[in-house]
Design a protein around this ligand. Structure first.
Ligand SMILES: *[C@@H]1O[C@H](CO)[C@@H](O)[C@H](O)[C@H]1NC(C)=O
Ligand SMILES: *[C@@H]1O[C@H](CO)[C@@H](O)[C@H](O)[C@H]1NC(C)=O
Ligand SMILES: *[C@@H]1O[C@H](CO)[C@@H](O)[C@H](O)[C@H]1NC(C)=O
Ligand SMILES: *[C@@H]1O[C@H](CO)[C@@H](O)[C@H](O)[C@H]1NC(C)=O
Length: 955
């Protein structure tokens, strides 16, 4: 116990810490930014009262909805780093004062109904990285000033009504990677100047009223991967030859652009996956140059292309869609297009050659079931003498996309014990296995995917998402934790999808921690998932946090979260004095090896004390399983109202507990004394309690073998040594007062550790105990029925021998598997009666298997001596330990000479009725079932918001 230090960290120390920064503004937001936010607020209408921004409070310090701050150590102020106002039904306009939030990195008004124009002052926010304004009703034109933002990487304005030209000044955005400006009313020429943008990857300007010509210079953009300009009017323009040479291009989509001329040589597009140049006036032949081998989609419909279908469409192993309909193509229908495709149940190939001049089939047409081929409107249909060809010539239904539904996997486990009403579901993990867990939902839309059929890419998508979503630093999700629940193709084509995330499978948790939910949500809201060639950029539509997550603070409310506008204003950046102030207990204390945790630490560790993390309950309060920020798993014992102690007592106790160290005692990791709560944090014992083990209710149980005699003896000896230490070596000595099978826990190596000692249970050195230093007189008896020393019960006189009595009961449980009191019968009387009539064998727990009868007899004798009524007749703890050591030695000698008897099966008489919970009804291994819910669920799901993805109709 050397080297323990108690550090009192008082207000004075705190003040001096705070004053170490040049200006001590503490938690105060930069006044200019406060004024700016108030101006922003006054320009917004918030009919659903989602914003709690009031003049009386400080934006950063009191966590205004959607205002995320950091502290700048240079000027000492808090600054707005992010405005995250996703889907809050806000109307009104964007105030010019937004420009005064110069520290802001992310400005997010996604999916509101903001109108008016974009203020040019946003161009003053030099720190701005993400400008996210999609899905509003913004009008007016784009101010030139936005073109000079030195840090802007994502410029996302799609689904608004912005008009006017794309400013040339945008060529000055050195870091921009994403122009997502589709579905607006932009007009005029695409400025060729944009070709100098060094990092631009996604150029999405589809569904606007752009005109002029397609600038050949765009091909010079070194990073361009998606060029999507569909539904504009470049009447008379050609597709520049240079577009066939954009080295990194993945997707070229120029549908319905009024384009003329011929298709350029596309052989330089080595990475192309998606080509759509349909609905133009393109003429000439389809060139037969090499095509990227991984291409999924070729759409050349509704042009005036002539010549024959080139042979190089055959052999594309990833092809999903080949639409050449409504052209002037003649010659043969090639019959080898699908030859290189390995079809699975998910793979399909759609071919549409309708309304051309195709007159014959090359070779034998043998169409696999996964291929659809449409030929109507071709001469081959009237000429056809082959019956199977006429089948392909049915009436045209165009290229309508049938909604694709995903089949839920068939589960082979039984869902009856999964409380589905609380939004728990069975999760398929490994083949034929599943577990019950609560999912967290996210609505996404792939804005510009490079595939036409998602199913073959489903695994790849799962991997892509789960390996990029961090739930903790350095910890991503497993693939099985993601389930794509539904997908729907929308105009664009864009792919709307609903994802369900499930917690990691562990033996005793079936919910995410709140911090994990927030981490997942932040990954999507912060757009930190790197780009994917195949899946392209995504829109975040909503979060669905129901059931156990209904109170989790999310970056947005869309479809989930708190009932009203709840966005945690997270204080980013340096740990500031604010946090210290909020959590300063009256006295903070540090002891070697024992940590002071904040209430938030505890909340995070236990997912907000969600009932599913509860692992026990006692008179003192509830016990939760938690995971600390460093990944250490702990048991958190949370005092309930009525069990709280005075500060002094609480700290005295912690200080005392911090000095109790023994391998057979559960050690204290830390404590929390904040917000009127008292909690003790202990090491977590993965093998649960002896009680659960014996009664067969242990669900954490990591081995299926029932407890054999050797293990039971080992547990008895371990527990006894722990108690002996409390009685004789702890300073001051401790009488446990509540020894029971529930308080004997087992670590991963089956070492017994005694828990729950020392809670206001010091051996008194008080006047109460005059004349008898080993006794405490108290008015109410503490302990658990069945384990309470009868003499203590009668006399109220507590001694170490009271612990010996309780331990004797535990030994009897170990030997018989009975409970201390069951169906009104007392274990001591039952065992005495059986042994007295020579029937000891009949009450030995048959789950123990073969056992050495001599050792069992000796242990039984010891157990009965410990549980004698008279204090003086019981052995001391030293004697108990010594006797157990003797039995162990004897057992080891017998084992080495092979002397182990077997209990004859027919002699086993179960003294307790079969319904008795004390014995259990089968081998322990049968109660191990990962599918059963681990904790009884009594969740109040609260204010649920439906998980329906709102429909946004892109034009
Ligand atoms: C603001 O948020 C921080 C971090 O989440 C938290 O510690 C603090 O208690 C909150 N303050 C208020 C007034 O809600
Ligand atoms: C703090 O503010 C100063 C002045 O505005 C700025 O130069 C500096 O970059 C800021 N620090 C951080 C960490 O943002
Ligand atoms: C937004 O408005 C819709 C329709 O009135 C409502 O259902 C939804 O709950 C609102 N969302 C928020 C966050 O207030
Ligand atoms: C605003 O709401 C957030 C999230 O619910 C909360 O943390 C914060 O304390 C509230 N602030 C004010 C000033 O009410």
């Amino acid at each position: 116990m050397a080297g323990r230090t108690i550090l009192f960290l008082g207000v004075i120390l705190w003040l001096s810490l705070c004053l170490s920064s040049p200006v001590a503004h503490g938690q105060i937001t930069d006044p200019q930014e406060v004024a700016a936010l108030l101006a922003v607020r006054s320009n917004l209408k918030d009919k659903d009262k989602n914003l709690n921004w009031t003049r009386k409070t400080d934006p950063c310090a009191s966590n205004w909805t959607g205002v995320l701050c950091y502290k700048n150590e240079t000027d000492g102020y808090m600054h707005v780093q992010e405005l995250r106002l996703l889907r809050l039904n806000l109307t009104g306009t964007l105030a010019p004062e937004l420009g005064q939030l110069t520290h802001m990195k992310r400005l997010d008004f996604l999916w509101n109904k903001i109108s008016g124009s974009i203020p040019k002052q946003i161009g003053d926010i030099t720190a701005l990285e993400l400008l996210l304004l999609s899905g509003n009703q913004l009008t007016g034109s784009l101010p030139d000033e936005l073109g000079y933002l030195p840090n802007l990487s994502k410029f996302q304005l799609d689904l608004n009504e912005i008009s006017g030209p794309i400013p040339k000044s945008f060529a000055n955005l050195p870091k921009v990677q994403h122009f997502h400006m589709n579905n607006n009313k932009f007009t005029g020429q695409i400025p060729p100047e944009l070709s100098t943008l060094p990092l631009l990857k996604h150029f999405l300007l589809d569904n606007n009223n752009l005109s002029g010509y397609l600038p050949p210079e765009l091909a010079q953009m070194p990073s361009l991967t998606i060029l999507q300009l569909d539904n504009n009017n470049f009447a008379g323009s050609v597709i520049p030859d240079s577009y066939g040479q954009i080295r990194k291009l993945i997707k070229l989509s120029l549908r319905s652009c009024g384009l003329q001329g011929t298709i350029p040589d596309l052989s330089g597009l080595r990475r192309l996956l998606y080509l759509d140049i349909s609905h133009n006036q393109l003429t000439g032949k389809i060139t037969s140059n090499t095509i990227s081998q991984n291409i999924t989609t070729i759409i050349l419909s509704n042009n005036q292309l002539n010549g024959s279908i080139p042979s190089n469409f055959s052999g594309l192993s990833h092809l999903q869609k080949l639409y050449l309909d409504n052209n002037l193509l003649s010659g043969f229908v090639p019959s080898t297009i699908w030859d290189n495709i390995t079809f699975t149940s998910d793979t399909k190939l759609d071919i549409n050659f309708e309304n051309n001049l195709l007159s014959d089939i090359s070779g034998v047409l043998d169409i696999p079931p996964n291929v659809t081929l449409k030929l109507s409107g071709n001469p081959v249909c009237t000429n056809a003498n082959q019956r199977n060809i006429r089948l392909l010539c049915g009436p045209s239904n165009g290229n309508e996309e049938a909604p694709q539904n995903l089949d839920k996997p068939v589960l082979t486990c039984q869902p009856q014990s999964c409380p589905i009403r609380d939004h728990f579901e069975y999760v398929p993990t490994l083949p034929n296995e599943c577990f019950c867990a609560a999912p967290f939902g996210i609505g996404l839309r792939l804005r510009s995917p490079s595939i036409s059929n998602f199913l073959p890419y489903r695994d790849e998508f799962d991997m892509f998402i789960t390996t990029n979503v961090y739930v903790k630093p350095n910890l991503t999700l497993y693939k099985y934790q993601l389930y794509v629940d539904s997908i729907e193709w929308e105009a664009g084509p864009r792919l709307k999808m609903f994802l369900l995330f499930y917690p990691e499978y562990t033996n005793n948790s079936n919910t995410f921690a709140e911090s994990e939910i927030q981490a997942i949500a932040n990954t999507f809201a912060g757009f930190t998932i790197p780009g994917s060639d195949i899946f392209g950029p995504y829109d975040l539509l909503n979060f669905t946090a129901q059931g156990p997550y209904s109170n989790v603070l999310l970056p947005s409310l869309g479809g989930g979260g708190r009932s009203k506008g709840a966005l945690a204003g997270i204080i980013l950046g340096s740990i500031s004095c604010v946090i210290v102030v909020v959590g300063v207990p009256k006295v903070t204390m540090k002891m070697d090896g024992v940590k002071a945790f904040s209430f938030e630490d505890m909340q995070t560790a236990t997912s907000g004390f969600v009932i599913t993390t509860q692992i026990g309950q006692g008179g003192y309060g509830k016990v939760y399983k938690g995971t600390l920020a460093d990944g250490v798993v702990v048991a958190v014992k949370r005092a309930q109202q009525g069990s709280l102690q005075g500060d002094k007592e609480f700290y005295t106790e912690i200080e005392m507990l911090s000095r109790v160290h023994h391998r057979n005692l559960v050690s204290l990791v830390g404590y929390c004394d904040e917000k009127g709560e008292q909690m003790l944090v202990y090491e977590f014992m993965p093998n649960g309690s002896l009680h659960d083990l014996l009664s067969g209710t242990n669900i954490n149980y990591s081995t299926r073998a029932p407890l054999n005699f050797k293990t039971r003896l080992h547990i008895a000896l371990g527990a006894s040594r722990g108690i002996l230490y409390l009685h004789t070596e702890a300073d001051p000595p401790i009488i446990h007062r509540d020894i029971k099978a529930n308080n004997i826990l087992l670590d991963s190596k089956w070492t017994a550790k005694v828990s729950d000692f020392g809670i206001s249970r010091l051996v008194p050195v008080s006047e109460d105990a005059k004349g008898d230093s080993n006794a405490q007189i108290s008015t109410n008896v503490k302990g658990t029925p069945g384990y309470v020393d009868p003499e203590y019960f009668l006399t109220r006189k507590l001694t170490e021998k009271s612990d010996v009595y309780s331990l004797g009961i535990v030994f009897l449980e170990l030997l018989t598997g009975m409970q201390p009191i069951s169906h009104g019968r007392n274990i001591v009387r039952e065992v005495n009666a059986a042994c007295g009539s020579g029937m000891m064998v009949s009450i030995i727990d048959r789950k123990m298997g073969p056992y050495p009868s001599e050792c069992v007899k000796k242990l039984m004798a010891l157990a009965l001596r410990c549980s004698l009524d008279e204090t003086k007749d019981r052995p001391t703890m030293q004697e108990v330990v010594r006797e157990l050591e003797n039995i162990t030695t004897m057992f080891e000698q017998q084992s080495s000479t092979g002397g182990t008897d077997t209990v004859p099966e027919m002699n086993v008489i179960n003294r307790f009725s079969p319904g008795s919970t004390s014995v259990g009804s089968g081998p322990l291994s049968s109660v191990y079932d990962r599918r059963s819910p681990y904790v009884s669920m009594d969740l109040n799901s609260g204010d649920l918001v439906s998980g329906v993805i709102p429909t946004i109709n892109p034009r």
